[in-house]
Design a protein around this ligand. Structure first.
Ligand SMILES: [Zn+2]
Length: 429
């Protein structure tokens, strides 16, 4: 790929900023020349791209929202349709799925991004990665990991989200060194291994690249989920955060102090409600501007994810900013009994109670417009014994106790839409 300096992350913060500002100018010219949506947008908002020179100048451009992207989806396409190599969609956990079309170059960019991401997480061509997530159904992440493994020159075992039994059979057969998985699935692997006498600590697996769920608190200490995994299985956990629209990942290095930004592939801002750029340590919405994306590049795209960033130098030598774990999604902010709750905080509180085997949270508005939160919980053993522990965990962690319904595993399954790609843990009604 042209203009790509893969060592930029190790240069000084000033050099990184300068590099990004040159890349920003190129991205704006590309949008002006190729994007039907942004050409119209620049005209409508009287934006002269030549005047957007620095990262600070970006605030002069109104943000693009998920709603804009969904409503005018194919107006964002910058190439002829016959140049599209892959049609991915967003996961559709909020609203209807949106298409993100990638060209051949975009696939190569994705491969580069993921290979760099794996390198950041201590990966090398000697590793064998076992992919425990979906590779089909237009899911970008599974494909991105696979492309990244090939780019890295490592080995891939494409297991997909199959049962713990099948995963273990194939771990024994292929001896992977890294698992790529939703972290809570590691608990299911541990549980199965404990029952069947499998010694995970001598399985040869050294690391897990974790997607979809946070494994750290905002202060970067391990959360209960990570603790529960690591008190049994001594493997290194690396958190990674990405979205289909970004086509780029933030991944932790071995110092595990936030996901490193990849400055050659994306600009990132943390914004308040009005679109003002927030300083390090303050929580706001992540907005990204794509660099070197050919198919559907985005400009100041509000992701809906709430994070903060850190800019102190990292011991790994990279001088890029790092993102905190996602503390919540903007449209999943729940106002409950005078408290603001984000779903990850509820997941974290529930993870403190080992009797809970599975759950679905339902959020709805009642007749007077207040939000109702129902926790549908499946537990091991007697609900009467588990209930006081659950209430204590909720009170301590959330300061409020939502309505608790004890349900069977079959009842939980009935609550989940059959077609969802990821097992749903929260439903907004
Ligand atoms: Zn680092």
């Amino acid at each position: 790929m042209k203009h790509l300096n893969s060592n930029i992350e190790f240069e000084s913060p000033a050099a990184i900023k300068k590099y990004q500002e040159v890349a920003l100018q190129e991205a704006l010219v590309y949008l002006q020349n190729n994007s039907p949506y942004y050409r119209q947008f620049f005209k409508q908002h009287h934006i002269s791209i030549a005047r957007i020179c620095t990262l600070e100048d970006l605030v002069q451009i109104p943000c693009t929202t998920k709603h804009d992207f969904s409503r005018f989806n194919f107006d964002f396409l910058c190439v002829e349709k016959n140049q599209i190599a892959d049609f991915t969609t967003t996961s559709g956990t909020t609203g209807s799925p949106v298409t993100v079309a990638l060209t051949e170059n975009d696939l190569q960019r994705l491969a580069y991004n993921e290979a760099q991401s794996f390198r950041c997480a201590q990966g090398s061509s000697n590793d064998i990665y076992m992919l425990m997530l979906t590779l089909d159904r237009q899911f970008m992440a599974g494909m991105a990991y696979y492309l990244g493994i090939r780019e890295l020159g490592a080995g891939a075992v494409r297991m997909g989200p199959v049962s713990p039994q099948m995963q273990w059979e194939n771990i024994e057969r292929f001896k992977p060194t890294v698992l790529v998985t939703v972290p809570s699935f590691l608990l299911k692997l541990i549980e199965y291994a404990d029952v069947h006498g499998i010694d995970y600590n001598s399985s040869g697996i050294e690391k897990a690249v974790c997607i979809g769920e946070p494994i750290r608190h905002a202060d970067l200490t391990e959360n209960k989920l990570a603790e529960r995994i690591r008190e049994k299985w001594k493997l290194s956990l690396f958190s990674t955060y990405a979205s289909t629209e970004m086509q780029t990942a933030f991944t932790e290095c071995k110092h595990q102090c936030g996901g490193h930004h990849r400055p050659e592939l994306m600009l990132v801002e943390i914004l308040d409600e009005e679109g003002k750029q927030l300083p390090p340590g303050e929580f706001g919405e992540v907005a990204i501007t794509s660099l070197l994306v050919e198919g559907m590049p985005l400009l100041r795209y509000r992701t809906g994810d709430i994070c903060c960033y850190y800019d102190k130098p990292c011991a790994c030598g990279r001088n890029t900013i790092r993102l905190s774990p996602v503390v919540g999604r903007k449209n999943q902010m729940i106002k409950y009994k005078g408290t603001t709750l984000f779903p990850p905080a509820i997941y974290e509180a529930l993870s403190h109670v080992s009797e809970i085997t599975d759950y679905v949270i339902e959020v709805s508005k009642n007749e007077v417009g207040n939000e109702e939160v129902i926790l549908n919980l499946a537990v091991n053993g007697s609900p009467d014994l588990a209930e006081p522990k659950i209430k204590t965990a909720l009170q301590t962690k959330l300061r409020v106790i939502p309505t608790i319904h004890f349900v069977t595993v079959t009842q939980l399954r009935a609550l989940r839409p059959a077609e969802s790609r990821k097992p749903l843990t929260i439903i907004f009604r």
